[in-house]
Design a protein around this ligand. Structure first.
Ligand SMILES: Nc1ncnc2c1ncn2[C@@H]1O[C@H](COP(=O)(O)OP(=O)(O)OP(=O)(O)O)[C@@H](O)[C@H]1O
Length: 301
C-alpha cells in the first residue's frame, strides 16, 4: 500500500464543522461558519489581517473559548469532553506569555515537566542552550523575546502530537526564528506531528512549505498547500511602449497596478493560453513570475 493511501485514511487531527463565535456586545460574528479538516504531519500557516479572528479560532479549537455553534473534534474526539490524556498530546504557545514571573527559568521548566508523563529533557536542554536562555534568570526579568523562547520550549518539550502556536515568532531575532522554524519542520517531517502556526511573517511559512489557511470575513477563504497556491495565483507583468491608460479587464485578476509602461496583475486560476491571448490583443510583452506568499496575501485578504 502506498504511503499516501495510508496517510489519506488517517482521520484528520482537527475536524471543525459550522463553527460560529461572536463576542458579547459585538454585531458581527468573528467566526462565521468555519469548516476545516487538518491532516496529520503538516505545518498549517494560519494567515489573516489584524482582527481577522486567528487567536479566537485557535482558542476555540483548544477549548479555551466557548463556541456559539458548531462541532470541533481533535484526534477524532469532541473537544467539549475534557480528557486529560488528550491534553497531554496538545501543546500551545499563546500570543503573550505573562505567567510565573517570580519563578526562575530552570525551576519553571522542572515544575512544568512534572505535569507531563513524557518530557524530552534532551530537547529542552538543547533549545535552552542553543537559544541562550539563562536557567537562573527570573521569568519576570526576561525580555519579551526570551519569554517567547521559554513558552516555545515549554510547549515543545512534551513532544505533543498537535502544536498550536499563536504568533510565536513576533519577538524572536532572525537567528532564533530560523532555528525555531527548523525545529518545527523537523518535528513535522520526522515525527509526523501537526503544527498550526499563526504568523504575519509569510517568509517563515515559505521556508516550511506550509499549507496555507486564510481567514477573512469570519471564514476560511483559502486552504491549500503553498505549492498549489503558487500554481493557482500568479504574478503577471504586461509591458508595452505606449503604457496603459485603460488597463484591460481581466477575469480572474485579484489586483492590478500600472507603473509607467508596466501593468502588474495578480491573477487567480488564469491559464497560460488566456494570458498569451491578452498579451497578443494588447501587443504587450508578457512575463509570469513566481508569486511570494506576501503578494498573494495582500491580493487575497
Ligand atoms: N474578549 C473579547 N471581547 C470582545 N471582542 C474581542 C475579544 N477578543 C477579541 N475580540 C475581537 O474579535 C476580533 C478577532 O480578534 P482576534 O484576536 O481573534 O484576531 P487576530 O486575527 O488574532 O488578530 P491579530 O492579528 O491582531 O492578533 C477582533 O475584532 C477583536 O477586537
Amino acid at each position: 500500500m502506498s504511503k499516501t493511501a495510508t496517510v489519506d485514511r488517517d482521520p484528520p487531527v482537527v475536524r471543525v464543522r459550522g463553527l460560529r463565535k461572536s463576542y458579547p456586545g459585538t454585531e458581527n460574528a468573528v467566526l462565521d461558519g468555519i469548516d476545516w479538516d487538518i491532516p496529520r504531519g503538516r505545518v498549517i500557516g494560519l494567515l489573516g489581517r489584524n482582527g481577522a479572528g486567528k487567536t479566537t479560532l485557535m482558542r476555540c479549537l483548544l477549548g479555551l473559548l466557548p463556541v456559539d455553534e458548531g462541532e470541533i473534534e481533535i484526534f477524532g474526539e469532541p473537544m467539549d469532553e475534557p480528557r486529560g490524556e488528550r491534553l497531554h498530546r496538545i501543546g500551545f504557545v499563546p500570543q503573550t506569555f505573562d505567567l510565573f514571573k517570580w519563578m526562575r527559568v530552570g525551576s519553571y521548566l522542572n515544575f512544568t515537566a512534572a505535569f507531563y508523563r513524557h518530557w524530552n529533557r534532551t530537547l529542552e536542554n538543547r533549545l535552552v542552550d542553543n537559544w541562550g536562555l539563562d536557567r537562573r534568570a527570573k521569568i519576570g526579568k526576561l525580555s519579551e523575546g526570551q519569554r517567547q523562547k521559554l513558552a516555545i520550549i515549554r510547549a515543545m518539550a512534551p513532544e505533543p502530537d498537535l502544536l498550536v502556536l499563536d504568533e510565536p515568532v513576533a519577538s524572536l531575532d532572525p537567528q532564533t526564528r530560523a532555528a525555531f522554524m527548523n525545529e518545527l519542520i523537523d518535528v513535522v517531517r520526522h515525527y509526523g506531528k501537526t503544527v498550526i502556526l499563526s504568523t504575519h511573517i509569510t517568509a517563515d511559512l515559505e521556508r516550511a512549505e506550509a499549507d496555507i489557511a486564510l481567514l477573512d470575513g469570519g471564514r476560511l477563504v483559502l486552504e491549500m498547500p503553498l505549492a498549489e497556491l503558487r500554481e493557482r495565483i500568479r504574478k503577471v507583468e504586461l509591458t508595452r511602449a505606449c503604457g496603459w491608460s485603460e488597463p484591460p479587464e481581466v477575469a480572474g485578476a485579484l489586483s492590478s497596478e500600472v507603473a509607467g509602461t508596466r501593468l502588474t496583475l495578480i491573477v487567480d486560476q488564469v491559464g497560460d493560453a488566456q494570458l498569451g491571448a491578452i498579451a497578443k490583443q494588447y501587443e504587450a510583452e508578457l512575463s509570469v513570475e513566481r508569486i511570494t506568499l506576501e503578494d498573494a496575501f495582500v491580493a487575497l485578504a
